[in-house]
Design a protein around this ligand. Structure first.
Ligand code: ASP
Length: 330
């Protein structure tokens, strides 16, 4: 029987409320990974599953040290044991896409890494966690998922790590891949991945993660943004900055001139957009003040890329090359 490593990190999938009709007022990250497994006895026919608890938190409270531990454990498990068919990670849905993208940039192995969460706590009527978990394991042991990198499964849909994002605060179908759509689906007939791309590169496969991570901030564009926020951020010595620009990632004239006039060292900077889909292309004026376009990465994923670029010690040229590679990833 296939062997799967289940890494539990918390989230609503491990959440508990006082009664089964309560959907919003609950505590995330209460049940352990073993409890989640015990709730789905059908998994015993699918795979032999080893559970390890990496954290048990609401995903808003995940820390860089949890990311570091996840990456280390997956790399170590794949390197040490050829018997693992794949890895499943249970995760809160709020930041699941950031962890998926981080792993996509770091884990170089054909075996699937599948992230899964739930929109309803484990105690809810019609909790979605048990079926989501079952389908995540289905995906992790499927030959179709091999070589497809880091995948997310929610509500029967399979998404790639680059495009997937949480698009709704409520409802079990809260995930989408704007622009490209999901890679496929999983149901009781099996795993279907008609849209999966054939090749992928892993830009940071050899990168060692330090204990101390750089600081990368995100600024949100709006009408008449106060340039003092930008200056205050620059004054903190932040090493990376992502602008969530309006439209195709546009900065206001005030922000651009604050950047132009900034006398100190400049962080590595990316421009993403607040529209939720579509690319940000290079603009000459912005590039002159040090801003690179984030392509189709959303701001939170642009931040992940920037974090790794800074850890790797890349300059703007190096970041630009990694952005081009990242654009090829699913
Ligand atoms: N609060 C939860 C989290 O850990 C939300 C969820 O998992 O659906 O992100």
């Amino acid at each position: 029987m296939d062997r799967v490593l289940l890494l539990a990190t918390g989230g609503t999938i491990a959440g508990q409320a006082d009664d089964s009709a309560t959907l919003n007022d609950y505590t995330a990250g209460v049940l352990g990974g073993e409890d989640l497994l015990a709730a789905v006895p059908q998994l015993q026919d699918l795979a032999q599953i080893n559970v390890e608890q990496i954290a048990n938190v609401d995903s808003a409270d995940l820390l860089f040290r949890h990311w570091r531990r996840l990456v280390w454990r997956i790399r170590e498990a794949f390197a040490a044991d050829s018997e693992w068919a794949g890895v499943v990670i249970t995760h809160g849905t709020n930041t699941l896409e950031e962890t998926a993208w981080l792993l996509q940039l770091l884990i170089d192995d054909p075996r699937p890494v599948v992230l899964v969460g739930a929109m309803r706590p484990a105690t809810a009527l019609s909790a979605d966690g048990p079926l989501n978990l079952f389908q995540a394991v289905q995906l992790a042991v499927s030959p179709e998922a091999r070589g497809q990198g880091v995948l997310v499964v929610m509500d029967g849909q399979i998404h790639g790590a680059r495009a997937v994002t949480k698009v709704a605060t409520q409802g079990v179908g809260a995930f989408s891949s704007p622009g490209s759509g999901p890679l496929g689906w999983v149901d009781d007939t099996g795993v279907h991945l008609p849209m999966a791309p054939p090749v992928r590169t892993v830009p940071f496969s050899a990168l060692a993660l330090p204990e101390q991570w750089p600081q990368v901030a995100i600024l949100f564009g709006c009408v008449e943004p106060d340039a003092r926020s930008l200056k205050a951020l620059l004054a903190t010595g932040v090493q990376g900055l992502v602008f969530t620009g309006t439209g195709a990632g546009q900065l206001s004239a005030g922000e651009r001139s604050a950047l132009q006039a900034w006398p100190g060292p400049r962080p590595l900077m990316l421009r993403a957009n607040r529209c939720g889909s579509g690319p940000v292309h290079g603009v000459h004026d912005d590039e002159r003040v040090g801003l690179l376009p984030a392509g189709s990465l959303n701001p939170q994923k642009a931040r992940v890329l920037l974090l790794l670029a800074l850890i790797a010690g890349l300059d703007r040229g190096g970041l630009s090359a990694r952005l081009r590679e990242a654009a090829e990833l699913s």
